[in-house]
Structures are given as C-alpha cells and as structure tokens.
Write a protein that binds this ligand. Sequence first.
Ligand code: SAM
Length: 243
Amino acid sequence: NDTPFPYPLNPDYVNWKIHYPKFFDGTDEENQKVFCNTNEHPQTYDEEVNPLYNGLNGAQPVFLDIGCGFGGLVFNLAKNFPEKLVLGLEIRDKLVNFVSEKIRALRIESPDHKYNNAACIRTNAMRHIIQYFRKGTIEKMFFCFADPHFKKSNHRRRIINTGFLSEYAFLLKPKGRIYCITDVEDLHNWQEEHLAKHRMFRKLSEEELEGDICVQLIQDSTEEGQKVTRNGGKKWTCVFERI
Ligand code: SAM
C-alpha cells in the first residue's frame, strides 16, 4: 500500500468513459478492457478530459462503496440499479485487480449485458476522494465493515471522522445517504456519534428507511458481512441523510 500511485488533480482529469464505456459512445471492445489504476492495469491522469467524459456533461458514478474489498456490494448494487453508475474504491492493489477482472467477466458472461455500470479503482479514499468527484453529485456512499483502528491513538485514521465527513457532505447531493455497517460495537458508536454531531447530516428513522433496498443489501452482500453471518456475529447499522 505504500507505493505511490497516480491520482487526478481534480475531477476535470478523470475519464469515466474508460470505466463505463457503454454509458458513453464506447465499443464492445472498450467495454471489456480493464482500467483500475493498479500496477497491472495502470492509468494516468495527466490531461484534462473532454467534459463529455469527466462528469461535467455526461454520466458519472453516483453510488460509492468505500473500501469495497472483494466487491460483493458493488456487484449487487450494479445488478439492482442498472441505471446508476456504481464505483468501488479500494486501496489494496490485488483486491482492485480481483474486483475489476470479475466485472470484466460478468460483462462478457451476463446474457443481458449487465454490469456495464460497475467499476472499481485503486485509490486512497481518505486522501483523494475529493479529487475524483464533483460537488453535490453523489447519491449514496457505503462504509461496510470499515477497518476499526482499535487503538485510541489510531482513531484519527478511522474513515468516518469529522474532517472526512465534511468532504463526504461536499460530495453528496442534498438528501444523499451514507450507510454504515460494522460488527464492532465501539466503531458503530463512534460512527453514529460523529455523524450525529455533524451539522450536515441527519439520522434516518426506521420508517424513513422503509423501502430502501440498500439497507438489506449491505447486510450480506459484502464478503465481510457474509463472514460475520457465518460466525453468528452481530451487526450494527446506521443511515444518515445529507441535509
Ligand atoms: N467493505 C468490504 C466488506 O465489507 O467485505 C471490505 C471490508 S475490509 C475490513 C476494509 C477495506 O477497506 C479493506 O479492503 C481495506 O483495504 C479498505 N480500505 C481501508 N482504508 C482505505 C482507504 N483509505 N481507501 C480505500 N480503501 C481503504
């Protein structure tokens, strides 16, 4: 994780067409290439991109799975929301290759050409998320089984934190949602507390969450969630809305 890897200066330098060719004027051949910013599938962010492709005048991701791991939630969201562009952000090179290769396979195999709306990139979300997306464009952000960083001196590394929450609020559309799930009670309390005291977020009640299929999807779509279920562990969730 320590080797430096490229990142864009700002969203003008991000080319969403290479990740989701079928949502643009891309060919079948382009749709089966992998770009995910890993060593094996490198990409660059050297030049400003045509506004048709950099999110200014065209499609762009609206669902973000932060720390997507093996990608279970990315695949499930893509299947359930065929019109929404879903992006997994993950820092570990090998996992990003795995998820991206699987997306390529799914695009080829699935008879009705699903999964054209799924992609994954290697990035450090805590450092660079703001350089990828435009203000007020994101509809949903998912934080599933985030690293707990148990030691008190490491709490500032937690991915839900006051400073980062301001960045997420900047990126989310009004009424956009943040979903958190974890099997670590202490982390759940931390996440809920920090979200609750941030003035850009409001906790959603059970009634308000009725009919939101994502609340179900986060339970058992991810590999970590499935592991907790197998081991009979407990899961805590909370969902907040951007004010
Ligand atoms: N969400 C997945 C799941 O539920 O199966 C993976 C959970 S795993 C415990 C946490 C993941 O977050 C790891 O894959 C880790 O590499 C990733 N991660 C941690 N910090 C990150 C960061 N700053 N940017 C991107 N990914 C990160």
